[in-house]
Design a protein around this ligand. Structure first.
Ligand code: CP
Length: 324
């Protein structure tokens, strides 16, 4: 994995399926204790959040410390960014103190703003920049999701049917999980169905990437406007709300007004395969994206999924920064 050293981690599609597999294997070794190397010894991580976070923030702090390094978190409101200092100056200066930057930046009213901001920072920081969620991608979340599916289903995990479904929520959320899942499934040759009501199509750019990549990886990536049908034979049903690509926040609020019924319920698990699991990256509100019987039912593995943020991110940090 030497070729991953010093790279930024902004989009999963910047990597190969082999790269993702190698990071997952390292995550398993770190989680099991087979690998205890202090990959980050003497290194300092800076975490910059423009918007709230529970899982990402805490798991990155703990990951850095467990790997022998240190981490410090900052809100953009605490930095001179709030007095109009540029991202370029901020990133260039942070890179002089820190060994890597973990950045969460998005604005639901400006789709590509956060991703472009991270790319700008990565261009001048001189150290790796890790995407902790933009409006376009959530690569660290999906590495944790993949680890969770892999440990749940074992050797044939890539052939299991994963249904990632749009699900109703009041709050308008990033499309990042959807796009990073499309990228990962295509790169790894997985079986992914993305279900959504009309109006919630993923970004065409990501659909094109997934189709092109699937043609060589053997992935099965399909789209459905019928959640009931999509749930047939599913092994994973993953609920995620995301904002429509069409129009403004007001247009999206109008579009989702009639879609409260689009959420995961026990009926979907009756159509799914025996042993099917429910995933959700959280945060969630019970009764929004899924019924409480599913959210808190025996099929729900969302706490394992949340725990795996720690193990997956340790592997990402070790791959990018590790001096083994
Ligand atoms: N799933 C996720 O990114 O959680 P947080 O927003 O709490 O970090």
């Amino acid at each position: 994995m030497k070729h991953l050293q010093d790279r930024s981690f902004l989009r999963l599609r910047d990597f190969t399926g082999e790269d993702l597999e190698a990071i997952l294997k390292l995550a398993e070794d770190l989680k099991s204790g087979r690998d205890t190397h202090p990959y980050l010894a003497g290194q300092n991580l800076g975490l910059l959040f423009h918007v709230p976070s529970t899982r990402t923030r805490i798991s990155f702090h703990v990951a850095a410390r467990q790997l022998g390094g240190d981490a410090e978190g900052y809100e953009s409101s605490q930095l001179q960014l709030s007095n109009s200092e540029t991202l370029v100056d901020t990133a260039a200066v942070m890179g002089r103190y820190l060994d890597a930057l973990v950045v969460r930046m998005y604005d639901m009213g400006r789709y590509r703003w956060g991703q472009q901001g991270l790319e700008t920072m990565a261009g001048v920081a001189g150290v790796p920049v890790i995407n902790a969620l933009t409006g376009v991608e959530h690569p660290c979340q999906i590495m944790a999701d993949l680890l969770t599916v892999r440990e749940r289903f074992g050797a044939d995990w890539k052939r299991r049917k994963v249904v990632l479904t749009w699900a109703w929520a009041e709050r308008q959320k990033s499309r990042g999980v959807t796009h990073s899942w499309l990228s990962a499934a295509a790169l790894l040759g997985m079986n992914l169905t993305v279900a959504f009501p009309p109006g919630y199509e993923p970004d065409d750019d990501y659909l094109d990437f997934a189709r092109r990549t699937a043609a060589t990886s053997g992935a099965r990536v399909s789209l459905s406007n019928d959640l009931d049908e999509a749930a047939d034979g599913a092994d994973v049903i993953y609920a995620k709300s995301w904002m429509s690509m069409r129009g403004t926040k007001a247009d999206d609020a109008e579009l989702r007004r009639g879609l409260r019924h689009w959420r995961v319920g026990l009926g979907h698990f009756e159509r799914a395969n025996e042993g099917a699991v429910f995933m959700d990256c959280m945060p969630l509100i019970r009764g929004d994206e899924a019924d409480p019987e599913v959210v808190d039912g025996p099929m729900s593995i969302r706490y394992d999924e949340a725990e795996n943020r720690l193990h997956a991110q340790k592997a990402i940090l070790a791959a990018l920064l590790g001096r083994a």
